[in-house]
Design a protein. Structure first.
Length: 432
């Protein structure tokens, strides 16, 4: 009896002593708030736009997502270095790069809009408005990565949470008819830009300054070299996420794509919650790598692995049981995608298993190994999407996505072992 009473208390005390558990818990709390805001915003926007409108806006976001790869190039290298010691020179270098690359990204998106819009069958003004986001998000993104590197989850999450809250408020106003224009697509794009500006206003006082004095060209080149590999990983991740959505849109139309995209966006909350662990673990692994502490890295990755599943499993069970009512809140027509959500929820468990390794490889200065995982996922996913979607529609996309992540997990585990690390095991949860 005494053992059964002491064990939970001992476990809780151990978690409170574990920096990773504490930081992940704070990130998880913010993620819960952000998820609620995103869900409310997504439901309201879906009711405002309908499935076809969601499909159109999703394609605009697709273009913005791929464009953001360019202005995010300094992020990985900066976080890795700043986590090992904060200096004015590191911050100034990253800030100057973000400003310059933000301007370049915005220009490229604006110039490409007249060519991409007819191909995707979406309004050109949607892309032109979204092209402002790389500029409006410079301040908030810098605030996020500064405090992510310093492992302060409270400050790290404030800009993003504020942006999500403002987005919900603006969508509510649009539903009430408080909008400058009558075009819902234009209004949705304007809301994205204005919410990004709100995030920048909150992020501004969180920065250590706004000066680029101290910029170091050699350090900038190092950030770019590291970031090119890391962002190639991001590109591959986006291909895995978007390729089936794009093919479904081209073959089956905006309406079906809007249904699939909505189910996918609900499933994406699972890895988003799980990421609350990896966001905190990544800089910690970098710090241990700098100290050449092999065993500490093994413990951190193991804990990230099991903490991730502890978060993911209840969410997946919830999606399996409540798929219809969850999607029904977006609108009655969205409930027909319930079977899609159930399939994607199971796929989310594979994503959960892969995430710790995708964080760990860049953190130990081996970003190319994360690229290896994603290259396999992209090759499998694209090949199977092209083969299966024309014949089996959305079911083919589900099969392709699941197969891609199974292959990615196998590669991740084998690669991690090749580096000499022990695979995640429960004994690491008991280690001090």
């Amino acid at each position: 009896m005494a053992l059964s009473l002491r064990s939970p208390v001992t476990a809780v005390r151990a978690l409170l002593r574990d920096e990773l558990a504490r930081g992940a818990a704070v990130n998880l709390g913010f993620t819960a708030v952000n998820t609620l805001l995103a869900l409310v915003g997504g439901v309201l926007l879906a009711r405002y736009l309908g499935p076809a409108g969601i499909g159109i806006v999703s394609l605009g976001v697709l273009v913005l997502e791929f464009g953001s790869v360019l202005d995010n190039i300094p992020t990985g290298g900066f976080i890795r270095e700043y986590s090992q010691g904060a200096t004015r020179e590191k911050f100034a270098t990253a800030l100057a790069l973000r400003i310059g690359l933000g301007l370049l990204t915005a220009a490229l998106l604006a110039l490409s809009a007249p060519f991409l819009a007819p191909v995707l069958d979406i309004p050109v003004y949607l892309l032109l408005l979204l092209a402002l986001v790389p500029l409006t998000s410079v301040i908030s993104s810098m605030a996020i990565i500064v405090w992510e590197a310093r492992r302060n989850p409270w400050r790290r999450n404030l800009p993003g949470t504020s942006e999500a809250a403002v987005r919900v408020v603006l969508i509510v106003l649009a539903l009430w008819g408080v909008a400058v224009v009558d075009d819902p697509i234009l209004t949705a794009a304007a809301i994205t830009v204005l919410a990004s500006l709100a995030g920048a206003l909150v992020g501004l006082p969180l920065l250590p300054g706004l000066s680029t004095k101290g910029f170091e060209a050699e350090r900038a080149r190092g950030y770019v070299r590291f970031g090119m590999t890391a962002q190639f990983t991001s590109v591959l991740n986006k291909v895995v996420f978007w390729i089936d959505i794009l093919i479904i849109d081209l073959l089956m139309g905006h309406y079906t794509q809007g249904l699939y995209r909505t189910a996918y966006s609900v499933m994406a909350f699972v890895p988003l919650f799980v990421m609350s662990v990896g966001i905190f673990a990544g800089p910690s692994v970098s710090e241990r790598h700098g100290a050449n502490d092999h065993r500490a890295i093994e413990r951190l990755v193991s804990r990230s692995f099991f903490y991730g599943f502890a978060i993911a499993i209840p969410l997946v069970v919830g999606a399996l049981v409540f798929a219809e009512p969850v999607l029904g809140i977006f609108g009655p027509e969205f409930a027909e995608a319930a079977w899609v959500l159930r399939g994607l929820a199971l796929v989310a468990l594979l994503v959960t298993a892969i995430q710790p390794f995708e964080f760990a490889f860049p953190a130990v200065n081996r970003p190319g190994l994360a690229v290896r995982i994603l290259l396999v996922e992209v090759i499998v996913n694209v090949a199977l999407d092209l083969l299966l979607i024309p014949f089996y529609g959305v079911l083919g996309a589900l099969i392709a996505t699941a197969a891609a992540y199974v292959c990615g997990l196998v590669v991740a585990l084998l690669t991690y072992r090749q580096l000499g690390y022990a695979l995640p095991r429960l004994s690491h949860l008991r280690a001090g």
